[in-house]
Ligand binder design. Structure first.
Ligand SMILES: Cc1cc2nc3c(=O)[nH]c(=O)nc-3n(C[C@H](O)[C@H](O)[C@H](O)COP(=O)(O)OP(=O)(O)OC[C@H]3O[C@@H](n4cnc5c(N)ncnc54)[C@H](O)[C@@H]3O)c2cc1C
Length: 460
């Protein structure tokens, strides 16, 4: 029977990073993954393919609408097959990259479904049959899957999830998106740019629940201007395929009939067939595996990280946890700073945040001050003809320590990195304001927002 010091189940961003780091720290490590391609949800059907479609569709839309400054463009035709081929190539390059890294770091890969049999034994069932692995420790990194919604019958073609919406064979004339969260808005934007009429149905009174309210309201206004039909406060009661169309029923209105329906109401942890019951482990009320501060479950040799445990379902959160969990196993110390984990929505404009929202600070009774700065007053944003949005900094009213940063605007997803580092180093608004920022860059918006929070902005 093969023996390893660590067996990781799942090769998403949490699992594959943990496996590589464990190998770098000197462990004999194996990774069990049921899909042929490594990289998990993120690389195969999540972050990477959706960003390939977002980047390309933005350019196609700009060309089709003659929005490229200084160029007169004739008729621009969409080549959906070429766009999908580009996306598939990007996915392949990334999943292949993980395969290369496994080989380079001598991580043993097992193809098949992993089931925990005992605290030190994992069964792998794959195309090459069944085998059992003996191991000192097990790390569960089995991620998540789309959450079902009562009344919604998925046929995985007309009524489907993001797995289908990254690969529709034609541009739907009308796409109904159930859920105005990150995934729904990103993929809704893609198909809207490619020519679909897109209707987003959101149960809450506003989209992007959980985000800073001021930013979410600004986003809603901009998305509506872009042509997304956003209906909030709508409770969907049923959705199903009928006669080649998708029907969506909701309270208080006539059913919608569309070409495609995308269910995007969140994701749930994936523990299917994992064998938790074999070792006496159970999940919490939301299906997550409980762990302590060192990612250790109630069984000391079994650890868990990523989407399958509590916390935001984000690739980089899973990666940080994978790294910290194996550091803990080997060195006795590992840590993730949850307060400085950024969150990005890759629409246009992008939306990015780190730390607390105004609503959270108010609810916690924390005294705060805020300063903001619009992209319309930034030289680079004007040069790019991309001036929608603003950056907002929230700092402690007495100490000036930065408590939250929220940006809606061009390349907000890249700009938020500076704010995350500042927060990780417990910076004050004054620290950020006094740091030199290259001119002319979008990052100057953050410097000005910091100036506005600590003292006064200069350029407005
Ligand atoms: C459309 C979409 C877009 C997204 N965009 C972003 C984004 O831009 N940024 C971001 O941070 N996050 C994004 N996410 C979320 C991100 O993909 C997840 O947070 C991340 O993949 C979680 O990583 P993980 O390692 O915990 O699990 P996963 O990536 O889900 O990987 C788990 C792996 O375990 C395997 N597995 C499960 N059970 C078993 C078993 N019993 N045996 C063997 N293998 C098993 C699965 O096949 C899978 O490969 C997106 C998600 C979706 C769906």
């Amino acid at each position: 029977m093969p023996r390893h010091q660590l067996v990781v189940i799942g090769a998403g961003p949490g699992g594959y990073v943990a496996a590589i780091k464990a190998a770098q720290l000197g462990l004999d490590v194996a990774c069990v993954e049921k899909e042929q391609a490594l990289g998990g949800t993120c690389l195969r059907v999540g972050c990477i393919p959706s960003k390939a479609l977002l980047e390309a569709s933005e350019k196609i839309h700009a060309a089709q609408h003659n929005q490229i400054i200084g160029a007169k463009i004739g008729q621009v035709e969409l080549d959906l097959a070429a766009l999908m081929a580009h996306k598939d190539k990007v996915v392949k390059a990334n999943t292949g990259g993980v395969e290369y890294l496994f080989k380079k770091n001598k991580v043993t890969r097992y193809l098949g479904h992993g089931t925990i049999l005992t605290p030190n034994k994992v069964r792998v069932e794959g195309p090459e049959g069944v085998q059992e692995l003996e191991t000192e420790r097990i790390l569960i990194a089995t991620g998540s899957k789309p959450a079902p919604l009562k009344g919604v019958e998925l046929d995985y073609e007309i009524v489907g999830t993001s797995d289908q919406a990254i690969a529709y064979p034609h541009v739907p004339e009308h796409l109904v998106v159930i859920g105005g969260g990150v995934i729904g808005l990103e993929l809704g934007s893609v198909w809207n740019r490619l020519g679909a009429k897109v209707t987003v149905l959101e149960y809450l009174p506003h989209i992007l629940g959980g985000m800073d309210g001021e930013v979410a309201r600004a986003a809603e206004k901009i998305f509506r201007k872009q042509g997304l039909e956003i209906r909030t406060g709508v409770r969907v009661t049923a959705a199903y395929a009928k006669d080649g169309k998708g029907v969506v029923e909701y309270e208080g209105g006539e059913p919608l009939v569309a070409d495609r329906v995308l269910l995007a109401t969140g994701r749930i942890p994936n523990t299917d067939g994992l064998g938790l019951e074999n070792v006496g482990l159970s999940t919490d009320e939301r299906g997550r595996i409980p762990v302590n501060a060192h990612y250790q479950t109630a069984v000391p040799s079994i650890f868990a990280i990523g989407d399958v445990i509590a916390g935001p379902m984000l690739a980089h959160k899973a990666e940080e946890e994978g790294y910290a969990a194996v550091e803990y196993m080997v060195t006795g110390y590992g840590h993730v700073d949850y307060n400085s984990i950024p969150n990005v929505v890759y629409t246009h404009p992008e939306i990015a945040s780190v730390g607390k929202s105004e609503e959270e600070l108010k609810a916690a009774g924390v005294p705060y001050k805020k300063g903001s700065f619009p992209f319309s007053a930034n030289g680079r944003a004007r040069a790019m003809n991309d001036t929608d949005g603003f950056a907002k900094i929230l700092a402690h009213a007495e100490t000036d320590r930065i408590l939250g940063v929220h940006i809606i605007g061009p390349r907000a997803g890249d700009l938020i990195a500076e704010a995350a580092v500042a927060m990780a180093f417990h910076a004050s608004a004054e620290d950020l304001a006094r740091a030199s920022h290259a001119h002319p860059t979008l990052a100057e918006v953050l410097k000005e927002a910091a100036l506005a929070t600590w003292d006064k902005p200069l350029h407005i």
